[in-house]
Design a protein around this ligand. Structure first.
Ligand code: HEC
Ligand code: HEC
Ligand code: HEC
Ligand code: HEC
Ligand code: HEC
Ligand code: HEC
Length: 281
C-alpha cells in the first residue's frame, strides 16, 4: 500500500471513531419527567390526604363554598384545571408569610401584568407548585429533585443550563450543600437576579467571600440570539451563539471535505483496479 493510501485509511478510521464517539448515547436524562401536574385529576386519595400536612384540616376550611356548590352546575367548569378555579388568597389565613413573599416576587408581578410576559407559560400561583391536598415536608435530597422538576416545566432552558453548571451537576450527584433554583432565586419572593447587588446577596449566603466579580459568573450560559433585554449576560449569550455556530460550520466542513476526499480516492482506485491497468502497489 502506498503511504497516501495508508494515510487515507488512518484518516477514515479516526473519523469513524470520532463519529461513533459523538453518537454514544448520553447518560439517562435527569431528573425524570414529572408524571402528573398537581391538578391533573378530581379524585381525592383520602389516605394520602390524611397523612399530609393538611390531613387534620376539614374540607370546608379550604372549600367554604363546598356545601353551596357554587359553580358546581356549570358543566364548562369541568374543563378548567382546579388551579384556575381556586381562590388562593385563602392560603394566606394560615401561611401569611409565604403569601406576602409571593406577592412581592416576579410571578405575582407577571400574573398582574400578563401582557408583559415574554415566555410561553402562565405565571404560577400556589397550586402550580404545591398540591394542597397532599402537601408534605420534603427532605433536602427530595427538594433538589422536586424544585428542579417544578421550575423546569416553565423554564426548560434555565433548568438545562443549570445542569451544565457546577451546582446542577453536584445536585445530580446528591450533594446536599449545592444550590438549587430556589436557593438563589427564592421560592416565593422570586427575583430574576439581574441586579448585581441581588445576585451578590444570593451567592453570599453560601459563598461568604463572594465579591462582585464572582456574582457576575454566568450561571445560565445559553447560545442564543433571543435574549431578554434586561439580562446582564445578553452580550455573552450572543457571543456564545456565534462562537458555537463558527465551530459547528468549521467541524462540518472539515469532515465533509475529508469524507469526500476519501470517497473519491476510493472510487479512483476501484476504477483503476477494474480497468486492470497499473495501480500503485
Ligand atoms: C389546605 C386546603 C384544602 C383542604 C383541607 C382541602 N382542599 Fe380540596 N382543594 C384545595 C385547593 C387549593 C384545590 C385546587 C387544586 C390544588 O391547588 O391542589 C382543591 C381542589 C379540590 C378538588 C378539585 C380536584 C382536585 O383534586 O384538584 C376537589 C374535588 C376537592 N378539592 C375536594 C376536597 C375534599 C373532599 C377535601 C376534604 C377531604 C378537600 N378538598 C380538602 C384545597 C384544599
Ligand atoms: C407554571 C409556570 C411556571 C413555573 C412552574 C415557574 N415559573 Fe418562573 N416564571 C413564569 C412566568 C410566566 C414568568 C414571567 C416571564 C416573563 O416575564 O417573561 C416567570 C418568571 C420567572 C423569573 C424572572 C425571569 C425574568 O426574565 O424576569 C424567574 C427568575 C423565575 N420565574 C424563576 C422560577 C423558579 C425558580 C421556579 C421554580 C421554583 C419557577 N420560576 C417556576 C412561569 C413559571
Ligand atoms: C414557583 C413555585 C412556588 C409557588 C408559586 C409557591 N410555592 Fe410554596 N414553596 C415552593 C418551594 C420550592 C418550597 C420548598 C422550600 C424552599 O425551597 O424554600 C415551598 C415551600 C412552601 C411552604 C413550606 C414552608 C416554607 O416556607 O418553606 C409553604 C407553607 C408554602 N410553600 C406555601 C405557599 C403558598 C401559600 C403559596 C401561594 C401564595 C406558594 N407556596 C407558592 C415553591 C412555590
Ligand atoms: C387552616 C390552615 C391552613 C390553610 C388554609 C392552609 N394550610 Fe398549608 N399548612 C397548614 C399547617 C398547619 C401545615 C403544617 C405545618 C407547617 O408546615 O406549617 C401546613 C403545611 C403546608 C405545606 C407543607 C409545608 C412543609 O412543611 O413543607 C404547604 C406546601 C402548604 N401548607 C401549602 C398550602 C397552600 C398552597 C394552601 C392554600 C391552598 C394552604 N397551605 C392552606 C395549615 C393550613
Ligand atoms: C447559583 C445560583 C442560581 C441557581 C442555582 C439558579 N439560578 Fe437562575 N439565575 C441566577 C442569576 C445570577 C441570574 C441572572 C442572570 C444570569 O446570570 O443568567 C439568573 C437568571 C434566571 C432567569 C432569568 C432569565 C435568564 O435566563 O437569565 C430565570 C428564568 C432563572 N434564572 C431560572 C432558574 C431555574 C429554573 C433554576 C433551576 C433549574 C435556576 N434559575 C437556578 C442564579 C441562579
Ligand atoms: C445554597 C448554597 C449556594 C448558593 C446560594 C450558591 N452556591 Fe455556588 N456552590 C455551592 C457549593 C456547596 C459549591 C461547592 C464548592 C464549594 O464548597 O465552594 C459551590 C460551587 C460554586 C462554583 C464552582 C466551584 C468554585 O468554588 O469555584 C461556582 C463558580 C459558584 N459556586 C458560583 C456561585 C454563584 C455565582 C452564586 C450566586 C449567583 C452561587 N454560587 C450561589 C453552594 C451555593
Amino acid at each position: 500500500m502506498s503511504s497516501s493510501r495508508i494515510f487515507s485509511l488512518v484518516l477514515f478510521l479516526s473519523l469513524l471513531l470520532t463519529f461513533l464517539l459523538g453518537c454514544t448515547p448520553r447518560p439517562q436524562t435527569w431528573p425524570p419527567p414529572a408524571e402528573t401536574t398537581p391538578a391533573a385529576s378530581w379524585h381525592i386519595d383520602t389516605a394520602r390526604f390524611q397523612s399530609s400536612a393538611h390531613g387534620n384540616i376539614a374540607c370546608e376550611t379550604c372549600h367554604p363554598d363546598i356545601s353551596t356548590a357554587d359553580g358546581h352546575p356549570e358543566t364548562e367548569n369541568l374543563l378548567l384545571a382546579a388551579t384556575e378555579m381556586y381562590d388562593y388568597s385563602r392560603c394566606a389565613t394560615c401561611h401569611p408569610e409565604e403569601y406576602a413573599a409571593y406577592e412581592r416576587g416576579v410571578h405575582a408581578e407577571a400574573r398582574a401584568n400578563p401582557a408583559a410576559v415574554r415566555i410561553d407559560a402562565a405565571p404560577p400561583t400556589c397550586g402550580d407548585c404545591h398540591t394542597a391536598h397532599y402537601a408534605t415536608p420534603e427532605s433536602r435530597a427530595e427538594l433538589l429533585v422536586s424544585v428542579n422538576e417544578t421550575c423546569r416545566r416553565c423554564h426548560p432552558e434555565e433548568a438545562e443550563s443549570y445542569e451544565h453548571n457546577y451546582h446542577g451537576k453536584a445536585a445530580l450527584l446528591g450533594y446536599e450543600q449545592t444550590a438549587t433554583c430556589t436557593d438563589c432565586h427564592g421560592a416565593h419572593e422570586v427575583h430574576a437576579l439581574y441586579d448585581a447587588d441581588e445576585a451578590l446577596a444570593a451567592c453570599s449566603r453560601c459563598h461568604p467571600q463572594a465579591n462582585e466579580q464572582m456574582a457576575s459568573f454566568t450561571i445560565h450560559a445559553q447560545e442564543t440570539l433571543n435574549v431578554a433585554p434586561d439580562d446582564p449576560n445578553a452580550d455573552n449569550y450572543v457571543l456564545f451563539f456565534w462562537v458555537k455556530l463558527f465551530f459547528t460550520v468549521l467541524v462540518v466542513s472539515v469532515l465533509a471535505f475529508f469524507y469526500t476526499h476519501t470517497g473519491l480516492w476510493f472510487l479512483r482506485s476501484l476504477h483503476e483496479r477494474l480497468k486492470g491497468g497499473h495501480h500503485d502497489h
